[in-house]
Ligand binder design. Structure first.
Ligand code: HT7
Ligand code: ZN
Length: 875
């Protein structure tokens, strides 16, 4: 496979102004006629031959300006159709035959539960017809779809329907026209027997937009939350970014077999059912939250991605980082800003930090790839969003709006680069972001070491920052970055001290941020009369590893008093981690270490102080996951010690605080009606966290309570929490509970996913055997990414103690699955292979076993997707 490099980018030699597709669906095959209006790009063209890409296509006809092209004038090799001596401007007609029913890659046109649908990003359009499949080629599309009317009454594509009619032999057609030029990755088509939920939205300029969500008939009652989220997203984008929707229809289709969460095709979003469907009975609070944020994310792409798109795939973060940032802002505005920030940062620190310290580490704008699908990563998405967030912190809220207005206005209808985005921010604010641009090209997580000193005699407080980014593959040397560090100095009463810097450097009292640019920098604050507690990196103002040793007392103080909610939570996490470090050390010396009373007391206050925000209390009581701890703590990762110590801490806290936790259960009894609203979500979250702690003691009265909750819960959040607590215990009741849950929900595929997930993440030693058994269960389907993620993914990602069993059985199991999936669905296979890239974090024996399995995978004939991951992992 070939490596594609950003440095080798060249503008296209040919452009396509119009693309007219005629897609005729038959039961055994589908024929696609493409009429492409092609012209030479006068700005660049040196080539005289036209190269179109296509994959898994049978070419039936090829014509230039309606004349058949003789075989001597074109050739097909390596997924490329080459035509020599083409005119400067012409109409190319291609007829290709494809086989959607056998397309298990879920890219291009495929069939999901009897419904035809497409996925073209990043390079799936080439599986539909030969094309200039690159985002800087933008065309106006019309799409005519023809199929059997009774099996496929609904025929959809981008834009507006302009013609429809019945045909012979029970067939019908619909023709769609999209008035906006678009790259082919935004093309979509759907044919199926679907029901629709309809609503309307009136835009700020008074235009009426018809909103339609298409689902299978049995899911019609699960669309309200998605529809409501869509309308709120539309309004929010008008208010916050001044962006109005531009077509008369906005359609969403839910499909069960889908590689990712959703896809922002122009006017016709295609969604994984898991990101659209929501009901109290079948969906958890976290599920409701996910639907809201994914609906918003795809909607926001209409501007950040569709109206202004990417020049090439190296610029992916231009649309994804910015759009994730926008959806994070939206979710923060819809609920608790702090809780949302905590969840986002937790995810970043667990998954992205791990990615950035491994062999797949890359900058948010990668400079090379073999398979672009491997670069839809947490680095491009989540770290990309952090980079946009830092820009906003540097230019301020109003400056950021000026910058985004300029960006959209300047580049509407264009395919542009990350640099164009930064340039717009600079131009709108007259600032220099030249050093800041390094965030786009430099990979790795910077480490920020901080020391502080208080001088009573000079009444100063000095902070010294040392930044260092560790070497990453291909980047041995790193430069210092421009890092915004939001801070506060907290006095003994919990108030922020006024900040005045020695040397007269001004610091904005409303947004105190230190801008680091040098490898080492010192800031001296004056008029500091008492020793403050420093609250650093408030709101997680930069994606860095902060190392600032603070005493447990100082952390407990910040936990109770920091004005910044995010840092209150961060202090609680640091306190827990510091206590766990002692317990882990004890575990290794065969000593049992009891948790420090500073932590127990701090948690007691959380459980008893009724003035605290419930959502925050619930968050602060949640112990960091084993994966988070593995990422944070020194390597090689002590898999068993982390697991055992975390369990021991959970039990110790449960037993010391059982009275307080039990009274939380009494204070917040099960809801009898479900509402997805802040207060109720917080109550459920707090109650279920306490239940999870108490269940670790496995005492009869709590087990009884948990069983009651399992039986009586009126919603999936409470039922699933009880189910998980029981299944993860060693109580004999659990086998019956597993059976009852399945019997109750066997017709709800998304609930069955949860059923798989809970079992696959159980810490008991027989879990791998159970996972293997479940792979033969009638509900498991190796062609469904949701099922694969729920069972195989949950075992390998969320069950470290079993996956990393020192006998290597987890690794052998995963390798078997990667080999099987490589043939069926390379994208999903390579996601699974990424798990194995972390071998260097483990002890020699485990690392050796993982590498053995990687080599076994490598010896197979591999897709480019898996090949790239495995080769980089073994380098
Ligand atoms: N822009 C989309 C990225 C994507 C994708 C979505 C579904 C299936 C396969 C896909 N490959 C790439 C999703 C998004 O970020 O909005
Ligand atoms: Zn996106």
């Amino acid at each position: 496979p070939k490596t594609i490099r950003l440095s080798e980018y060249r503008a296209p030699d040919y452009l396509i102004d119009e693309t007219h597709l005629d897609v005729r669906i038959f039961s055994d095959y589908t024929d696609v006629t493409a009429q492409l209006h092609i012209r030479k790009n006068t700005q660049t063209a040196v080539a005289t031959s036209l190269e179109l890409v296509g994959a898994d296509l049978e070419l039936l006809e090829i014509k230039v300006n309606a004349e058949p092209v003789p075989e001597s004038l074109y050739s097909i090799a390596d997924e490329t159709l080459t035509m020599n001596n083409v005119p400067g401007q012409f109409i190319l007609t291609l007829v290709t035959r494809i086989d959607p029913k056998r397309n298990t890659s879920l890219e291009g046109l495929y069939v999901s539960k009897g419904m035809y649908c497409t996925q073209c990003e990043a390079e799936g359009f080439r599986k539909i017809t030969y094309y200039l499949d690159r985002p800087d080629v933008m065309a106006r599309f019309t799409t005519r779809i023809e199929a059997d009317k009774s099996s496929y009454p609904v025929l959809l594509s981008n834009g507006n329907p302009v013609e429809k009619g019945d045909l012979d032999a029970g067939r019908h057609f619909v023709k769609w026209e999209d008035p906006f030029k678009k790259p082919c990755y935004l093309f979509a088509l759907v044919a199926g027997d679907l029901s629709v939920v309809e609503d309307r939205f009136v835009t700020s300029s008074g235009r009426e937009v018809s909103l339609q969500i298409f689902v299978e008939p049995q899911d019609l009652d699960k669309c309200d939350h998605a529809m409501d989220s869509l309308k709120r997203s539309m309004k929010w984008d008008e208010n916050v970014y001044g962006r109005e929707y531009d077509l008369d229809i906005y359609m969403i289709v839910a499909v069960s077999h889908f590689n990712m969460g959703a896809m922002e095709n122009k006017g016709l979003n295609i969604f994984n059912t898991s990101c659209v469907l929501a009901s109290a009975e079948t969906t958890t609070d976290a599920g409701f939250q996910r639907v809201e944020s994914v609906i918003a994310h795809e909607y926001f792409h209409n501007w950040s991605g569709n109206r202004v798109t990417c020049r090439d795939w190296f610029q992916l973060s231009l649309k994804e980082g910015f759009t994730v940032f926008r959806d994070q802002q939206f979710s923060a505005d819809m609920g608790s800003e702090t809780v949302n920030r905590i969840d986002d940062v937790n995810f970043l620190k667990t998954v992205q930090f791990a990615e950035d310290s491994g062999p797949m580490s890359h900058p948010i704008r990668p400079d090379s790839y073999i398979e672009i699908n491997n670069f839809y990563t947490t680095t491009v998405y989540e770290k990309g969003a952090e980079v946009v967030r830092m820009i906003r912190r540097l230019v301020g809220v109003d400056g950021f709006r000026k910058g985004s207005d300029l960006y959209f206005e300047r580049h509407d209808g264009q395919a542009v680069t990350c640099d164009d985005f930064v340039q717009a921010m600079e131009d709108a604010n007259q600032i220099d972001l030249s050093q800041f641009r390094l965030w786009y090209s430099q990979s790795g997580t910077p480490c920020l070491q901080v020391s502080s000193e208080f001088s009573a005699s000079s009444e100063t407080f000095t902070l010294t920052f040392k930044q260092e980014t560790p070497a990453t593959p291909g980047q041995p040397e790193k430069k210092p970055l421009h890092i915004p560090v939001a801070i506060g100095l907290v006095d003994s009463t919990g108030n922020d001290l006024p900040l005045e810097l020695e040397g007269g450097t001004r610091i904005d009292p409303d947004n105190p941020v230190l801008e680091l640019k040098q490898p080492t920098e010192t800031f001296v604050f004056r008029n500091i009369k008492e020793k403050p507690v420093a609250s650093l990196l408030r709101g997680f103002s930069a994606p860095v590893r902060l190392q600032y040793p603070q005493s447990r007392e100082a952390l407990a103080f910040l936990m109770a008093h920091d004005r910044d909610g995010f840092n209150r939570w961060s202090a609680s996490q640091q306190l827990v981690v510091s206590v766990l470090e002692d317990m882990i050390a004890g575990f290794q010396n065969n000593e049992s270490v009891q948790p420090d009373s500073v932590l127990v007391d701090a948690f007691r206050t959380l459980l008893t102080d009724s003035s605290l925000d419930l959502a925050m209390v619930a968050k602060m009581l949640e112990l960091p996951t084993e994966q988070f701890l593995a990422e944070l703590l020194p390597k090689p990762t002590q898999v068993d010690a982390i697991h055992q110590s975390r369990e021991a801490l959970k039990q110790a806290l449960a037993s010391s605080l059982s009275t307080e936790m039990t009274s939380v259960l009494d204070r917040y009894p099960l809801h009898t009606e479900y509402h997805y609203r802040d207060q109720d979500v917080s109550e459920r979250s707090l109650r279920n966290t306490c239940m999870y702690y108490l269940m670790s003691l496995e005492q009869d009265d709590v087990v009884e309570r948990c069983l009651n909750q399992f039986k009586q819960a009126c919603n999936m959040t409470d039922q699933l929490s009880a189910f998980k607590a029981l299944v993860h215990s060693s109580r004999s009741e659990k086998s019956q509970v597993i059976e009852q849950f399945y019997q109750r929900w066997s017709n709800e595929s998304l609930v069955v996913d949860q059923w798989f997930m809970v079992q696959a993440s159980a810490p008991q030693a027989d879990t791998l055997e159970r996972v293997k058994e479940l792979m033969n269960h009638t509900a498991f389907d190796m062609t469904s990414p949701n099922k694969i993620r729920a069972l195989i993914g949950a075992f390998c990602n969320n069950n470290p103690v079993n996956f990393h069993n020192e006998d290597g059985s987890g690794y052998a199991f995963l390798a078997d699955q990667i080999i099987a999936l490589n043939k069926l669905n390379p994208q999903v296979a390579s996601r699974m292979a990424v798990i194995m890239t972390r071998w260097a974090n483990f002890d020699q024996a485990r690392a050796g076993l993982i590498k053995q399995q990687l080599s076994r995978v490598q010896s197979e004939p591999l897709s480019p997707d898996v090949y790239e991951v495995v080769t980089k992992a073994l380098k």
